[in-house]
Design a protein around this ligand. Structure first.
Ligand SMILES: [Zn+2]
Length: 308
């Protein structure tokens, strides 16, 4: 049965653009639903039951600096995945970072944060990240999100620098989501809903998978990623804003990667998500950024290099 589910998920991934983060209304979100409230009727082009409530934000930017160019960085251009082990010593930052912040950004050189989670690489049902802390940059009208402590400290530094460049209105709208919650939602709500329509259990699971992330397959279960933007709801329109462009081109200096880049849908299984950033540490974030590869491609190339 599991194999069938994976095949179905793979087929679905190849046939449609999916969203890893938002459940509903990615392109046009005026909804204010949460996973607990939402019905199972969802546009089939959008997958994942991981939620993002889409409430209006009254926040506005309080830092206005017209220079949005990135600070000088001293990194060689490279299209390979040779390990250079870049550290924060190789970067200059506009804001002052604490030792704790620099240590967090520099963490992960032992691949501690290189865990791959996607539709084909599922976390076990009892997986719970260690050292979850409140995300200080959570949007103010929401309960604080949770994130692995090291990643949260690096994120705080990242958004401190973003604010310096005029993007202080970028806030976190979604962070850690537990597998147990997703498991319960999936099996206790969506699957029974589908079975009530007359489907057998296996068919019901497949049907539910079209609009709800299969438990364990969302990167948000790792506690290493966030959705952040300055819109009322996540939307690809964010990707063309100066804020999103700054985040995308500076994330690696703080240990983050844009996890679902444009044009990689068929590999990541998800549509372009200019709001979803994943922590891996500055070493690998820099390598991935410079390589132009998405995370899956980078890991595949890296494995080949090790085997070869
Ligand atoms: Zn996300």
């Amino acid at each position: 049965m599991m194999k069938n589910i994976l095949v179905l998920l793979l087929c679905a991934a190849l046939s449609a653009s999916f969203c890893a983060c938002t459940e509903i209304g990615v392109e046009n979100s005026n909804e204010t639903e949460s996973a607990e409230q939402s019905s199972s009727v969802v546009d089939s082009t959008v997958s994942s039951a991981d939620t993002e409530t889409s409430e209006d934000s009254n926040e506005s930017s309080n830092v206005i600096i017209d220079d949005s160019s990135a600070p000088d960085v001293t990194i060689d251009n490279s299209s390979t995945v040779d390990v250079k082990y870049t550290t924060t010593d190789d970067y200059s930052y506009a804001v002052t970072l604490s030792t704790e912040e620099l240590d967090a950004i520099n963490a992960g050189s032992g691949r501690e944060f290189m865990i791959l989670v996607n539709k084909e690489n599922k976390l076990s049902d009892d997986y719970v990240p260690q050292n979850l802390v409140d995300v200080r940059n959570t949007r103010k009208d929401r309960a604080p999100g949770k994130m692995v402590e090291t990643a949260e400290i690096a994120l705080y530094a990242f958004l401190k620098e973003a604010a310096y460049y005029g993007y202080g209105d970028v806030t976190v709208t979604s962070a850690y989501r537990s597998i147990s919650y997703q498991h319960s939602l999936f099996y206790n709500k969506y699957v029974p809903q589908e079975m009530a329509k007359g489907l057998d259990r296996e068919s019901a699971i497949a049907a539910a998978s079209k609009y709800s992330a299969f438990p364990g397959t969302s990167e948000h279960h790792t506690g290493l990623c966030v959705d952040m933007h300055n819109l009322s709801a996540a939307s690809q329109t964010f990707g063309s804003t100066p804020a999103a462009k700054w985040l995308a081109s500076n994330a690696h200096r703080f240990g983050f990667i844009l996890r679902f880049p444009q044009g990689k849908d068929d590999i990541t299984g998800y549509m372009w998500e200019p709001w979803h950033f994943r922590f891996v540490g500055v070493h690998y974030a820099t390598e991935i950024y410079e390589s132009g590869l998405c995370f899956e491609e980078y890991l595949a190339a890296d494995n080949e290099a090790e085997v070869g």
